[in-house]
Ligand binder design. Structure first.
Ligand SMILES: [Zn+2]
Length: 340
């Protein structure tokens, strides 16, 4: 079985965007009282939105299950306030739950959190619990920068985040550290802000002893770990200069990397540098990069091809990357799609 641990519902019916526009318009209308409102989307619309996109690509590329979450750039936690984010997260998560219910063999849910800049993350516990307990979701996407490119909240190692981590540990769910849209014009969302976010999060983790306090807390750093594998020597050296233990001991019991790296040499570096037990297969389809690579004739985000193209990987290592590690990290995967 091949589990893709990183997919977003980027093809949701247009009613979802219209819902969000209405919500945002209400923010600047003094007479509007924030209410959750209702999203009207039929099951057929959901089927249509998935059949010719994520489901077709799963079939064509030979993957089985996608760990599926709302569109990451769409989370936009900087918009409005905590109530805005709560309503938006609830609506998006309920839509993911409907996808997973319609296609239990193909999707397992991961939730968006109702984060908001300056609002303590413990505010997100209730929605996490609802998604895990009521919907059978297996993880969450945690935004290390709800401000959208201005980094106004404390680092991930700060006690600010601890109540939320306690709940993650209690529920035994991992978080993918995933920023959302950038509203800082210096940072292109997927090209700058995403990779910055991944790299910044990893460096934050080096500087503290978060996993001494939470030995079973699990994070996935997406997009191949940002710049981290390529600069592994720098991070090992910085850790050493700071008197930290070697990174394998300090972080790699708790931190994992996905394979959303869109060329073979990048995947080769990832596999050479990061232990195979810490790598989870992922493609982030559909949408981060949509085109075809003229050098290969295949989609940039068809990441299974890159793993397949590495002959030195043993069958056991390949199985770990494609399935075993995801089952270990997303340990609640017991929904139909997660069954062997
Ligand atoms: Zn993503």
């Amino acid at each position: 079985m091949i589990i893709d641990c990183h997919g977003h519902y980027t093809t949701a019916p247009k009613e979802l965007a219209a819902y969000r526009q209405t919500q945002i318009a209400g923010l600047s209308d003094p007479s509007s009282v924030p209410s959750r409102g209702t999203l009207h989307v039929s099951d057929d619309q959901i089927r249509e939105s998935l059949e010719n996109a994520q489901l077709r690509l799963q079939r064509e590329r030979g993957t089985d299950v996608t760990i599926f979450s709302p569109r990451a750039a769409g989370m936009a936690h900087h918009v409005g306030n905590a109530t805005t984010s709560l309503h938006w997260a609830q609506v998006c998560n309920e839509l993911i739950h409907r996808c997973c219910t319609l296609y239990p063999e193909n999707f397992v849910g991961v939730c968006q959190l109702p984060q908001s800049p300056g609002v303590a993350p413990q505010h997100c516990i209730e929605e996490l619990e609802r998604c895990v307990k009521d919907f059978g979701f297996v993880g969450c996407n945690l935004n290390p920068d709800p401000s959208g490119g201005y980094w106004t909240d404390p680092p991930l190692t700060d006690r600010w985040w601890y109540p939320f981590y306690e709940k993650m540990v209690e529920l035994d769910v991992p978080a993918m550290i995933h920023v959302s849209a950038s509203c800082n014009p210096n940072f292109h969302t997927t090209g700058g802000h995403y990779i910055n976010g991944d790299t910044t999060a990893f460096m934050q983790l080096i500087t503290a002893d978060l996993f001494k306090d939470f030995p079973t807390l699990k994070f996935i750093i997406p997009h191949g770990g940002g710049a981290v594998p390529y600069h592994w020597g720098r991070y090992r050296g910085l850790a050493q200069d700071m008197g930290r233990p070697p990174l394998t001991e300090h972080l790699l019991h708790n931190v994992f990397f996905d394979t959303c790296v869109y060329h073979l040499p990048g995947i080769e570096v990832l596999l050479k540098v990061i232990p195979v037990d810490n790598i989870l297969f992922a493609s982030e389809m559909v949408g981060a990069v949509r085109g075809i690579d003229p050098e290969t004739g295949h989609h940039f985000d068809d990441t299974k091809r890159y793993i397949d193209a590495i002959p030195s990987l043993s069958a056991e290592d390949r199985r770990k990357i494609f399935e075993g590690n995801a089952r270990r990290v997303y340990s609640r995967m017991t929904t139909p799609a997660g069954r062997r």
